[in-house]
Ligand binder design. Structure first.
Ligand code: RBF
Ligand code: MG
Length: 319
């Protein structure tokens, strides 16, 4: 029912004897605008009895090009696991299949014709496509909806989705996230930002100061947020109250690499290798560079107090 394909193999066509309606895009954050496209996919699939397929990329094409040019990745609203979680929708999947195309030099030079014929028609048996109003694809972004029409594909173009006169887009939400304007992020995203990945080993410095943290594997990805936050951490469907730090840890590290770590309040578990989701709830303060570790951890102890206060207040409101 629900499948992830990282690369194509020869047998893929056999699984796709049923004709399909496909939506293609970055789907970074799966925001309220994306949901309009997915709802149209469902409408079309119901009317014509088609399989619902979402095609996306990893890394995202823009990330690939910006990283090539500037050496640093653009920030994002979620990791690939978050995209899949959102589409999986707690066991009530929004699509039947997710195709994750590894975006490489090789894919970057696909012509629109090859992309449509080779991938969408031959491998996915696509008869209908649902795209955003500004969708471009293929080498140098040379393809648009007209190319689909040429191959007899039925095209539906989804107009921009507006909230408060603003077009809902991943870049608008990234801008609010960069400013730590979490209420506005929530308004346009329809939920809190989440980052899901495997727990990997950090430098174990926090433990020495009584603040052990779990570190998420980000690869070369950069979250759209930077700062210290009250957060929920989910592991194996158990929710923990936590404080999260996203950033470059300038006190102990002068690299440009982003880290996402979280300290779980009142519990110390061995979580290496588990997959964890960090849901960002509230901004506490920006990341700072301290003169020494004592000052850093003095501030971190204050962050813990503020986080407890946050959860006490929140639990009162939710009661
Ligand atoms: N590192 C910094 O360089 N500056 C900070 O302001 C900062 N704040 C943090 C706040 C919290 C609640 C936590 C858990 C970590 C923070 N860190 C910060 C990261 C810290 O350097 C890191 O956890 C330790 O070095 C252990 O890896
Ligand atoms: Mg750690």
């Amino acid at each position: 029912m629900y499948k992830i394909q990282l690369t194509f193999n020869e047998t893929h066509k056999q699984n796709n004897t049923k004709q399909s309606v496909v939506t293609i895009g970055n789907y970074d954050g799966c925001h309220l605008g994306h949901m309009q496209l997915i709802s149209q996919v469902n409408d079309t699939a119901n009317k014509k009895n088609l399989k619902r397929i979402l095609v996306t990329f990893e890394p995202l094409p823009q990330e690939f090009f910006i990283e090539k040019k500037q050496g640093i990745r653009r920030s994002r609203l979620g990791l690939i696991r978050d995209k899949c979680n959102l589409l999986y929708n707690n066991g009530n999947p929004l699509v039947d299949e997710i195709i994750i195309l590894r975006f490489t030099e090789n894919l970057a030079i696909y012509t629109p014709e090859l992309f449509i014929k080779d991938i969408l028609i031959n491998k996915l048996n696509m008869t209908d496509v649902i795209i955003g109003h500004d969708f471009k694809f293929g080498i140098n972004g040379s393809g648009n909806y007209l190319d689909f029409i040429q191959y007899g594909i039925e095209v539906k173009i989804i107009e921009p989705y507006y909230i408060d006169t603003h077009r809902v887009s991943s870049s608008l939400i990234r801008t609010y996230a960069n400013e730590n304007n979490l209420p506005m992020v929530y308004r346009y995203l329809g939920r809190n930002l989440c980052y899901t990945s495997r727990v990997v080993h950090g430098n174990h410095l926090g433990r020495k100061y009584g603040v052990p943290t779990i570190n998420l594997c980000l690869g070369r990805n950069r979250p759209a947020l930077c700062g210290i936050y009250a957060a929920y951490v989910y592991i194996n469907n158990v929710r923990y109250n936590a404080v999260a730090s996203i950033g470059r840890n300038p006190t102990i590290d002068d690299s440009n690499i982003y880290k996402l770590e979280a300290h779980l309040l009142d519990i110390d578990l061995d979580l290496y290798g588990f997959v964890a989701t960090v849901e960002i709830l509230s901004f506490l303060r920006p990341e700072m560079k301290f003169d020494n570790l004592e000052l850093l951890f003095k501030q971190i102890y204050a962050d813990l107090d503020n986080t407890r206060l946050f959860f006490t207040k929140r639990e009162k409101i939710l009661l």
